[in-house]
Each structure stands twice: as structure tokens, then as C-alpha cells.
Design a protein around this ligand. Structure first.
Ligand code: SF4
Length: 259
């Protein structure tokens, strides 16, 4: 809501407030081969990283995601690059269900837009809370600057006079998301000819980023003063979502021959 989603136009709800998701998940569990789950990249990465914490829930998580999507018979889902495999998996689940029980779930298309893959502030892996390399949407401007200041840039630029290549620099990747098109060519030229330093370049990025984040932070502070607005939106959202979810679930059960 702080980022601009209007509850009057969007149905915003907490997934666990619509228990039909987990019920559909169980039905879909029963049509999904185990082998496919073990091949999911996110599962492999997480289970390699935290071997002692591998639960059945982690393995089955893509089925719950499929249920989250299919229960609303979604035509398309906007995702980051790392979620594209999960969406393909959801289509596979839909196909398998449809083949077995009759055409019921549409296969959701993948919508990948700008910023589909954002690297973390460490420049080493994608931005994620578990890697502790994030820029928080609601973080104070000064705190964000403290993270940006030491962040890695093109390694060729050891001194201010060294020429660099923006395409090798994580900060330039960020610029492309928030800095106006008209300013980008100046940054590229300044970097390649060493007429701007990395610190100046980061300051420009920080300024561009704040233009995006300032209104979000302000709306968020306002919502924090009036939490009832959020609770009401979530309660109303769950009420609306449940009507649709129930109908889809009932239809799926009927097709499966469940009483
Ligand atoms: S000038 Fe900007 S784009 Fe070039 S290396 Fe430094 S931070 Fe990156």
C-alpha cells in the first residue's frame, strides 16, 4: 500500500487468511511427482546452504506457490528472474491436473519486467534478506548511503583517474532502474573517461533512488500511524479472495471426485 497499491482497486490479503490455498495445495501435492520438486533450483540452493533445516515444507513450497496462483485462475504473474522456474512449475502442475481431471486451470504466463534480477549491495549474489545484502525500501536515507559508500564498483577503477566500464559495475545496474534515461549517458561517458568518481556516481544514484523511495517511506509512516487502515484492507481483501478461492477449490474437488 505504501508503494501505491490501492485496496479499492487491488485485492490485498495475507495468504494464511485464505485457508483454501493450503487445501488446494494438498490436492495438487497428490498429482505432483516427487522427483520434480528435488530439481528446483531454489530448493537445491537452500538445502545445500542449510542442510539441517531441510523440511518437507521447503521441498513442497513450489506446490503451495502453484496453488496460490491457480486458485485465482491467474492468466499471468509478474515475477523476478529467479521465480521463472517456479512459474514454469505451476504451469506444469496445471497441465498435469488438466490432463488427468479435465481442462480446468489456465496456464499462467510469465511477466518479466525491468528489475527482474537485482544484485545485492555486495555485488556477489542477488539481493535477498537471507544474504543480508539488501537496500530496504523503508530504510533511512543516511543508512542507505552508509551501505552504498563502500559498495564495490568496477574493479578497474582503483583510483579516481582510472577509466571504468559501467557494464561491469553493480551500481550502474542500479542506476538503470531509477536514474532518468537522460542522465545515464553522462554517467556512462563520465565513467569511461574517468571524469566522474565512483563516489559522485553513487551520490547521483542515491539522489535518484530517494526520489522513488521518499514518497513510499512517507506513505508507510502515515500507514504506521493508522494501522487500522491496513487491517481493514487486509480483512476486506481476504473476504473477497475467499469467495473466488472457495469456488475454484470446490470445482477442483468435484473434478477429482471428492465428495
Ligand atoms: S563511475 Fe559509476 S558506473 Fe563507473 S565504476 Fe564507478 S560507480 Fe560504477
Amino acid at each position: 500500500m505504501a508503494a501505491g497499491l490501492d485496496p479499492a482497486k487491488c485485492t490485498i490479503f495475507v495468504q494464511s487468511h485464505v485457508p483454501e490455498h493450503t487445501e488446494l495445495c494438498w490436492l495438487l501435492n497428490c498429482v505432483t511427482p516427487l522427483g520434480e520438486l528435488g530439481r528446483m533450483t531454489q530448493f537445491k540452493e537452500k538445502s545445500d546452504r542449510e542442510r539441517e533445516n531441510v523440511t518437507a515444507g521447503l521441498l513442497n513450497y513450489p506446490i503451495l506457490q502453484a496453488a496460490d496462483i491457480l486458485i485465482y485462475k491467474a492468466d499471468a504473474v509478474p515475477v523476478g528472474e529467479d521465480q521463472a522456474q517456479h512459474l514454469e512449475f505451476s504451469r506444469e502442475v496445471a497441465r498435469r491436473f488438466n490432463n488427468r481431471f479435465g481442462d480446468y486451470f489456465p496456464e499462467p504466463a510469465t511477466l518479466i519486467g525491468r528489475g527482474a534480477r537485482v544484485m545485492g549491495i555486495d555485488g556477489a549474489s542477488k539481493m535477498s534478506k537471507s544474504m543480508d545484502n539488501t537496500i530496504g525500501v523503508a530504510e533511512a536515507p543516511e543508512a542507505i548511503w552508509e551501505k552504498l559508500r563502500p559498495a564495490k564498483t568496477d574493479e578497474a577503477r582503483k583510483r579516481r583517474s582510472d577509466k571504468g566500464e559501467p557494464d561491469r559495475c553493480n551500481i550502474y545496474g542500479y542506476h538503470k532502474l531509477v536514474t532518468p534515461e537522460a542522465e545515464l549517458s553522462g554517467i556512462v561517458q563520465g565513467c569511461r573517461e574517468a571524469t566522474i568518481g565512483c563516489l559522485d556516481c553513487k551520490k547521483i544514484f542515491h539522489r535518484s533512488l530517494m526520489k522513488v523511495l521518499d514518497p513510499i517511506r512517507e506513505r508507510r509512516q502515515d500507514l504506521a500511524q493508522h494501522p487500522e487502515r491496513v487491517r481493514e484492507a487486509l480483512a476486506e481483501g481476504a473476504r473477497k479472495a475467499r469467495v473466488v478461492a472457495r469456488e475454484t477449490l470446490d470445482g477442483a474437488k468435484k473434478l477429482m471426485g471428492l465428495l
